[in-house]
Write a protein that binds this ligand. Structure first.
Ligand code: NVA
Length: 371
């Protein structure tokens, strides 16, 4: 663990775009892949996180069965987990700062008061494509105000820079009919939402240069995909991957690009054949996650902290810093060693408490600038 010193950017503070940036200043927002050197990032905040409360059929479709009862109104996560998660996030932020990355943190929110979920998983709420930040049109009602509450100030500051485009999500219509009946898509999946209005979580999409690979899921529908396609800068194209996962919600435990030309994939959810259908992977080496057995049977040690909201595939939800550096959970020894064997430099950090709240290093971050 790094020693605790105050974070330089604990309270978000962004140069005021136009007036304070010279012609050659680095951009405030510029990222179009998952592996170029990371320069600027948002790291989530765990304080006051509460179990999300959603319609029972949504919880059944997306959350691990043994924890379904916890997903009720006004139910905070156990305080020791929230405390642990906040320490881990702060440590993660310090680690990134020590690597020369500019770090922004969300505003502290009382999620119990706002009937919300958390500030720890900003990846779900913001999709950065080039100079454009697109706020998710969340399907989950308890998340509709999440970005406004936790990152509204930062988004306003970033949006004041004329070189940056911030697309705020419209309010869902009232009444919101998204949960009225399930949707069958042509791939014969049945999802927990219909297509009555745009819905998506940004974490259902991954950037590979001008191609954005996404999935339909229990929180992302076709209108959501069309909405993103409409708002990305010209030249970017969304392609939908064929993913075999009825519980699908977020693609970042399914795909893990390590560097240009090398990607690890989850063989229980996608095949090499389905990936090769996308021209962007033509010259890529695609490697099936090497320790399927251990994920399925033992679930790599969680240190006794339950993963309330995700599968054990969270092991793949790591953050690439560029120059072959990667941040991996400190107890995921097997995977870390394998990554080192592929030429990656592994930085280890504790994150088991953040896992309990719903994600790992990729979920807990939003890259603003990768150069
Ligand atoms: N919902 C997926 C992705 C989490 C990042 C899972 O649990 O594997």
């Amino acid at each position: 663990l790094l020693t605790k010193t105050p974070l330089a950017h604990k309270n978000p503070s962004v140069p005021d775009g136009h007036s304070s940036r010279g012609r050659n200043s680095p951009p405030n927002v510029a990222a179009n892949n998952e592996w170029a050197p990371l320069r600027s990032v948002i790291i989530g905040r765990a304080d006051n996180s509460c179990f999300p409360y959603e319609a029972p059929h949504m919880i059944e479709a997306t959350m691990p069965a043994r924890f379904h009862e916890a997903f009720k109104p006004a139910n905070p996560f156990p305080p020791e987990i929230v405390r642990g998660a906040e320490e881990e996030l702060e440590n993660f932020a310090l680690l990134l700062q020590s690597q020369g990355v500019n770090v922004f943190r969300p505003t502290k929110v009382d999620w119990l008061q706002t009937f919300g979920y958390t500030g720890a998983m900003p990846r779900d709420g913001l999709l950065v494509v080039g100079n454009t930040i697109i706020e998710s049109c969340f399907a989950w009602k308890c998340r509709v105000d999440e970005m406004a509450n936790s990152l509204g100030t930062l988004l306003s500051k970033l949006g004041a820079d004329p070189s940056v485009k911030v697309v705020r999500a419209p309010r869902p219509p009232s009444p919101d009919t998204l949960y009225n009946g399930i949707l069958e898509d042509p791939g014969s999946h049945e999802w927990a939402i219909n297509n009555s209005r745009p819905a998506f979580d940004a974490a259902d999409f991954m950037r590979f240069g001008s191609t954005i690979i996404g999935q339909l899921s229990n929180v992302t529908n076709m209108k959501g995909v069309e909405y993103i396609q409409h708002h990305v800068p010209s030249g970017y194209k969304i392609e939908l991957l064929d993913v075999n996962d009825p519980h699908a919600m977020h693609i970042d435990a399914t795909l893990l690009p390590l560097r240009q030309g090398l990607m690890v994939y989850n063989p229980l959810r996608v095949t090499e054949e389905s990936l090769r259908r996308h021209a962007v992977f033509k010259a890529w080496e695609l490697v099936s996650y090497p320790f399927v057995e251990s994920v399925q049977t033992v679930e790599e040690a969680t240190g006794g902290v339950p993963r309330f909201m995700t599968s054990a595939w969270l092991v793949m939800n790591v953050l690439v810093l560029g120059h072959d550096k990667i941040v991996v959970e400190e107890q995921d020894h097997e995977f870390a060693k394998w990554l080192e064997g592929r030429g990656m430099v592994v930085l280890k950090a504790p994150f088991r408490n953040v896992h309990a709240i719903g994600g790992s290093f990729h979920c807990a971050s939003v890259d603003l600038v990768r150069s």
